[in-house]
Design a protein around this ligand. Sequence first.
Ligand code: MBD
Ligand code: FE
Length: 303
Amino acid sequence: MTDITTTEATTEAVAEAIAETATAAASGAAATERFRSKQREDAAATPGAAGTKRVDTLATELITAVHDVIRRHKVTYAEYDALKAWLIQVGLDGEWPLFLDVWIEHVVEEVANEDRDGSKGTIEGPYYVPGSPKLPAEATLPMRDDEGGTPLLFQGRVTSVDGTPLAGAEIEMWHADDDGFYSQYAPGLPEWNLRGTVVADDEGRFGIHTVQPAPYQIPTDGSCGRLISAAGWHAWRPAHLHLKVSAAGHRLVTTQLYFKGGNHVEDDIASAVKPELILAPVPAAGGADGNEVTYDFVLDPRI
Ligand code: MBD
Ligand code: FE
C-alpha cells in the first residue's frame, strides 16, 4: 500500500480546516491531521512498537475496566447508546486529540517521567507544531504589531543536573494569544504567531520577549464541550506557556509554566499543573513595559 499523504497535503488540509471560523470542528480537524502525519513518521521510525502480549494485556484490562463500571452503576441501554453516539461524534468532530490530551495524557506523562531528574515535565497537549523559527538567545517571539496582552520577559539558564551550563540548548516555546487562540489552529493568525525556538548562548542563558497568554477555554461547541456541560464541569485551563527544552546528550523535557494566582491554576481541566511549574513574574526592571520572570531548566543526562 502506498501512503499518498504528503506533507504538503497535510499542510493544505490543516489550513483548510482552520480557514473559516474558530469552531471545535476546525481546530479539531487541524489537530487530528497534524497528529496523524506525526504518527505516520513515528511508526515508520519504530515499526511494531507494541508486541501481541502487550496489546492483549492492555486491551483486556481496559475492556474489563469498562465492564466493571457498567456492572457497578447498572448502565442502561439508553446510556450505552448515548455513549456510542458520543464516541462516534468525537471522531467526526476531530476531537480525539483534544479529549485524550485533556483527560488522559497527564497520567501517561506521570509514568513516562517518574524517574526523570531535573526540571519537571507535564503534558504536551494538542497544539504543538515542530519546526518553529530559530531565534537567538535573546529574542522576541514572532507576533503581530498590535499583539494584545502584558509584555513578558521570560529568562533563565539551561544546565545539566550537575550544574554544567548547556551552551546551545534549544528552548521551544508556543502559547495562546491574549484571546486564547493558538496559531495554526485558529483562523486569521500569522503562521508562527507566538511560536519560536530560542538557542541559548555559551553559558546556557536565554531571554524570550513575549506576551502573557490568557486562560484557555477548550472548544465548547464540540463533543468535548458536550461532555463538559452534560457532566457539569468547566472547560478552562489556566494561562500557560508550553515549552520543549533540549540539549545534546540530554533528555528533552516537554513542560508548561503557569502564573501564580491565575484563574484555574487550582482546577485545570487537563490536570497538568504541578507546584514546580508556577511562575511569579514581577514588574520588569529598568522601567520596561510589562513583567519579567526567571526560570532555570535542569536537564537529565540519562537519555
Ligand atoms: C491546550 O492549550 C492545552 O494545552 C491542552 C493540554 C488541551 C487543550 C488546549
Ligand atoms: Fe495549551
